[in-house]
Design a protein around this ligand. Sequence first.
Ligand code: PMM
Length: 269
Amino acid sequence: MTVIWGIVNVTPDSFSDGGRFLDAAQAIEHGLGLWRAGAGILDVGGESTRPGADRVDPAVEQERVLPVISALAAEGATISVDTLNASTAVAAVTAGARIVNDVSGGLADEQMLPAVADTDADYALGHWRGPSADMYANASYRRAAREVAGELREGVGRAAAAGIAPSRIILDPGIGFAKAGDTNWDVLRGLDEITALGHRVLVGTSRKRFLADTLRTTADAQEEISIERRDLATAVTSALAARAGAWAVRVHDVAATRDALAVARAWEG
Ligand code: PMM
């Protein structure tokens, strides 16, 4: 069964929840709601990676996420920590996280891979070509899925060299990271290039800009696409990703994706 990662952003500037969960108590409550709704993993993050976002000091990041991780882990939830920083990854594992989710695949912090190797946590290795501030500078591809798969394979090599056993590694094509518009569809269409690497594959499309671009009915690039419409589109892409062999999907609206996965499963019998 496809695992649902429920997103618990503890940031004041996340594009998608408007910082509503900045307060730890609210974030914990939100996480428990996602857990009850069927999330298998709660992905707790304290630094927004949306395009143009500024970096956050690791100390601030840890103040945001550690209390939330400890509380959710104490309730029995399986936690991953969404971070680019080795120090935050290690502190989060000590607080109870079982997975380190690094969208940079070890490229943002050179300490990350050895630090993760020293824990017993699993490692979600994302495809990335540079920080949020200028992630579209490196967004040109000829055969996107193949190139992403090739760069992920290099990431696995770096992680293995640092001492992270391949069985601990989850691969993520990094939808929206250094990928503009239709490139994201090219990557999803070619997901088998990534599943063929033999690792668990995680796919995160939730509320992302390329979905809004697809839903826009006018040529007006400023047309706002509501969160509800993005969540419906996310449920569809998540069901399709599951069908294409994804082990897990990372979403904000766990209930909608749970329903979409149940319907897709019924079709398959
Ligand atoms: N996307 C965001 C943040 N973290 N982690 C993984 N593994 N995969 C993703 O696609 C991903 C991620 C984008 O930020 P958001 O949480 O604000 O949507």
